[in-house]
Design a protein around this ligand. Sequence first.
Ligand code: G
Ligand code: MN
Length: 270
Amino acid sequence: MSDPSGENMRDPHAEGRPQPAGDEAQHAAALAELETRFERAMASMYLAYQPIVRATGGEVYGYEALMRPNDAEIPHPGAMLDAAERLHRLPSLGRHIRSLAAKRYGSEPEDRGALFLNIHALDLMDKQLASKWTPLAKIASRVVIEITERASLEDIADVKFKVAELRELGYRIAIDDLGAGHERMTSFDPTDTDVVKLDISLVRDIHKHPVKQQLASSIIQLCRENGILVIGEGVEVLDEARVLTDIGCDLLQGYYFAKPGPDFPTPTPH
Ligand code: G
Ligand code: MN
């Protein structure tokens, strides 16, 4: 897609004037090329699993599945999401991830625990997600669907209805990245949430910041009162794990315990 000659650059004075027909053809060619790369990246991507452990006791509670592209041109999850978004292929990416996860987890023993799966806000619009007939639906009682608080849920019609539909199928719902400093904590409604994941920014150095401890404590208390489990994510040092445990966080996840890996890494005890 590089254009060293500059021949194909748009004329900055051309705004508002009809574009030469070549522009459209070029755009179509670029999209076609991206589509080819995206298909290749879809075929070679895999899921890495990161353990989530009990704060008290340290047993494995479950694993979060994380998409890992394996392609030189689409090298990380952000690039994969960008490509899918540009190509309007987010639903195919979501379906592929869910199918890989269901296939793998479906043959894992019960004591592997819960499967935490991230979905994109737009996946909520995909009828396939709420279908009874998918391999994932067969293991729904073991699956926690993570919806990020960063998403623009306002743009999705009937979020509450869609979440209720998923819970009816047996899935649990987690709010991901809570407390990431967004103005809209409003997407978090305790009545339709089973699990809350405290954002990494609240967890980082929590042992050094009384304000973070206060904020995390209040969230944990609110969650307790509503029967919601709380996960501290992005735990990198023992001090963070200790403080989170002391203030009543139920579950912990982060590099301190294990980095994500394809074969269900065993967590370091704390
Ligand atoms: O958006 P979400 O919260 O699902 O993001 C999970 C991401 O955080 C993954 O890409 C994972 O690799 C990363 N991650 C997991 N544990 C840690 C950690 O301890 N530190 C940092 N910096 N990142 C982490
Ligand atoms: Mn997540």
